[in-house]
Design a protein around this ligand. Structure first.
Ligand code: MN
Length: 745
């Protein structure tokens, strides 16, 4: 800390007077008085403090205030906040002090600014959480975010005095968060400067090379612009338009970015001309009409490229951008993009919709788009399930993707990020519509849920009450809203499955007089390839793990007496071809156990599969012993078997499948999906590719573009069947595949 020299004090005073003199929206004596008061407080608070560069600290808040008013166009309150923005954070002053002197509103903005000042810490989770906080404050008062951007811009402008590692870090954050945020708020000029400065510190050589190339090519470019503009200037002047016609300046960053993404050399990027025509709007004619009028004059001279008209006049972008873009064939046979804007539109484009809205304060109409955006963020923040890091990723994605505009069947416009799918659209309309979506009609044609939408598409969502959101859907969607809604469903479903699976296995163990002890789980985990109880439960609950071989697993390498007993039974019953003569049978058959083996020789099988329930290897089954000693295998849940158990319990025998790899059993699956081109072919190809599966019968019907039906197949066991089901699920357009358990009473 060192006291300021007189020269420095003069410098500070001068900087402040300059701010006051050029303050755009602070009319009135009270405003000026409050700004001076803020300056005195900040000056006192930061007394003796210096920045890394050595200059007096107070110059920083003054500079931020200048950006806030000159470059963003905000008024007196924002200037006061900008001047005070580092006071609470860096000095002894508190938010209460601010409130006492400047009132509640300003205190709350300063509080917001102080809280988000450590947005970028070293830990990424903290960073994301703080970013979330930042956006929360944003929805309270958008000025917090605008002043924060001004603060960042000034820090970027003065980054030179920071050590190199800090420069890289700050530049990185600027590229990833601040520039996209500025873009999303429509602060085009600030966004461009932030990007250029970031590039300068991240890749100094690249930046300087490009800067030199731009300077070298300026003359040539100027000539090209003039050649193109001259005939237009004549025409426009003849009908009395006041206008500016300029080449659209290309930022170093945008040139670099294009070279990277399109993999083309500098010349190719730089030679692409973009022209901007900014006109004084005639007060009595709608600006839209004037834009199209100018468009018509341009296209009288140069031929337009029909698919390259962008009408942001009839439909402004979500960030408020308005302009008419057209691409025409220039005099040298090159495409030239022309942007047509009124001065008002240009102001919004350059300085941002937020600023425009801020000082206009004309009522709700002009801020509707901004409000909508803030509302969207609010929805995400309000969802307690959205993890902060996930949120940051989703948000980044939303920021970077440019948007598309699509229509509801009733002609309502919805804005979605680029690459959004029909499922995103469904969730955009309503969470329940998303959860129940089975497909969509885009421009009256049936498409699947992962169909990528294009601007101008008309989308109608088809729903079904039996539909459930599933994990695959996370790959279908891009919007943060859809992702977080799907995750919410999945989380609650997992809970249900765990509950169900827990119940199933506990009941099962009870049958064998076992408790779900850690000794039992020690055997089950490796056998079912799971790592936790919850994983096991959920796999049982979803049917991925069937407990057909539970006994076998429990039997393995055990010294438990109970299991030993079963082992004895196994040996005796399996050695003996005719269980009827088995010793155990004489006492009570129900005490014995039947192993269902694949019968490979041609001799008559000693067991048969019950026609009423058609069990397949892997299913939980029991055996019913006929008079002749043969065994009929039923599913445990088969009603007929249940009746037999109660009436002829002595003929019931526990049964377990051994490995079944050669013989096949009949099973049936039910499929539902969207009737898209080639889907039947895809399904049958998958089935025939599975070596262990043969089709017997296909019965699929389609109606209203949705198909459903069943396929009967021969499989070796439930594992094969589950694999097949999973593979069919992966086919685009297939919505659900379930095993059908036809059980006849
Ligand atoms: Mn600051």
């Amino acid at each position: 800390m060192s006291v300021l020299t007189t020269t420095e004090e003069d410098l500070v005073q001068k900087a402040f007077e300059d701010l006051i003199d050029h303050c755009t929206h602070c009319d009135g004596k009270t405003d000026q008085k409050m700004i001076r008061k803020a300056f005195r407080m900040a000056n006192e608070a930061h007394k003796g403090m210096r920045r890394k560069s050595g200059e007096p600290y107070i110059l920083h808040p003054i500079a931020v205030a200048k950006i806030v008013t000159h470059e963003i166009g905000l008024g007196a309150k924002s200037i006061i906040c900008a001047i005070l923005h580092d006071v609470v954070e860096d000095t002894e002053y508190t938010v209460e002090d601010i409130e006492n002197h400047f009132g509640k509103k300003i205190a709350s903005i300063i509080d917001g600014l102080t809280k988000i000042s450590d947005v970028f810490d070293n830990k990424s989770s903290l960073q994301a959480e703080n970013f979330r906080k930042m956006l929360l404050t944003l929805s309270d008062d958008v000025r917090v975010i605008l002043i924060k951007l001004a603060d960042r811009l000034h820090n970027m402008r003065t980054l030179q005095s920071m050590p190199p590692n800090k420069q890289i870090k700050v530049s990185g954050e600027t590229t990833y968060l601040y520039a996209p945020l500025a873009h999303r708020l429509g602060l085009y000029a600030i966004k461009t400067e932030l990007e250029d400065l970031s590039l300068k510190y991240r890749y100094p050589k690249v930046y300087n090379d490009l800067l030199n190339m731009v300077t070298d090519n300026e003359k040539k470019r100027g000539h090209m612009i003039n050649t193109f503009a001259l005939p237009l200037i004549d025409k426009l002047e003849n009908v009395g338009y006041e206008f500016d016609i300029t080449g659209r300046p290309k930022s170093i960053y945008s040139i670099w970015n294009k070279m990277q993404t399109k993999n083309i050399p500098f010349e190719e990027v730089y030679d692409l001309l973009a022209i901007r025509i900014i006109f004084d709007a005639h007060p009595e004619i709608p600006e839209k009409t004037q834009c199209w009028n100018i468009y018509s004059m341009i296209t009288d001279t140069y031929k337009p490229k029909p698919d390259r008209i962008r009408d942001w006049v009839s439909m402004p972008k979500a960030n408020g951008y308005e302009a008419l873009h057209v691409t025409v064939m220039g005099p040298e046979g090159k495409w030239v993009e022309v942007q047509i804007r009124s001065h008002r539109m240009d102001e919004i484009a350059e300085r941002g919709f937020a600023a425009h809205w801020q000082y206009k304060q004309a009522g709700k109409g002009s801020s509707a788009e901004l409000d909508r955006w803030i509302k969207k963020i609010r929805e995400l923040l309000d969802n307690p399930d959205s993890n902060a890091l996930e949120f940051l990723d989703d948000f980044k994605l939303n920021l970077f993707a440019s948007e598309i505009l699509v229509f509801t069947p009733k002609g309502q416009i919805k804005s979605l990020p680029k690459l959004a799918t029909t499922l995103d659209f469904a969730y955009e309309i309503h969470t329940e519509i998303g959860n129940r979506a089975i497909g969509a009609k885009v421009n009256h044609k049936l498409v699947s849920l992962n169909y990528t939408l294009k601007s101008g598409d008309q989308v109608e969502i088809l729903t079904s009450d039996s539909q459930r959101a599933n994990r695959e859907w996370l790959y279908y969607v891009t919007t943060a809203k859809a992702k977080s809604a799907i995750r919410t469903v999945l989380k609650s479903e997992t809970k249900d499955h765990i509950q169900k699976g827990k119940q199933i296995i506990e009941e099962k163990l009870k049958e064998y007089n076992l408790k779900p002890s850690s000794r039992v789980f020690k055997k089950l985990f490796p056998a079912y390839d799971v790592r936790s109880k919850d994983e096991l439960y959920s796999k049982i609950g979803t049917g991925i793990v069937t407990l057909g071989d539970l006994k076998k697993i429990l039997r393995k390498n055990t010294k438990n007496k109970w299991i030993r007993y079963w082992e004895l039974q196994f040996t005796s019953s399996s050695k003996n071809k005719k269980p009827a003569e088995n010793k155990a049978e004489k006492d009570s058959y129900s005490g014995s156990h039947y192993m269902i083996r694949e019968n490979l020789d041609d001799t008559e099988s000693e067991f048969s599969i019950a026609k009423c329930c058609n069990p397949i290897p892997g299913d939980d089954v029991i055996g019913y012993k006929n008079q002749d000693g043969s065994i009929v295998i039923h599913k445990i849940k088969c009603p007929k078997a249940i009746r037999l158990m109660s009436s002829q319990g002595n003929r019931i025998v526990p049964a377990t499948w051994t490995t079944h790899k050669i013989l096949s059993y009949l099973a049936s699956i039910h499929i539902q999906g969207l009737d898209s081109f080639g889907i039947y072919n895809n399904i049958t190809t998958i089935i025939s590719k599975e070596l262990s599966v043969n089709m017997r019968n296909i019965n699929l019907v389609s109606h209203d573009g949705v198909f459903e039906g069943s396929i009967d197949l021969y499989v070796h066991n439930t594992k094969d069947l589950n694999n097949l089901i999973m593979n069919i699920m992966k086919i685009k357009g297939v919505e659900s595949v379930k095993r059908v358990e036809k059980i006849e009473d």
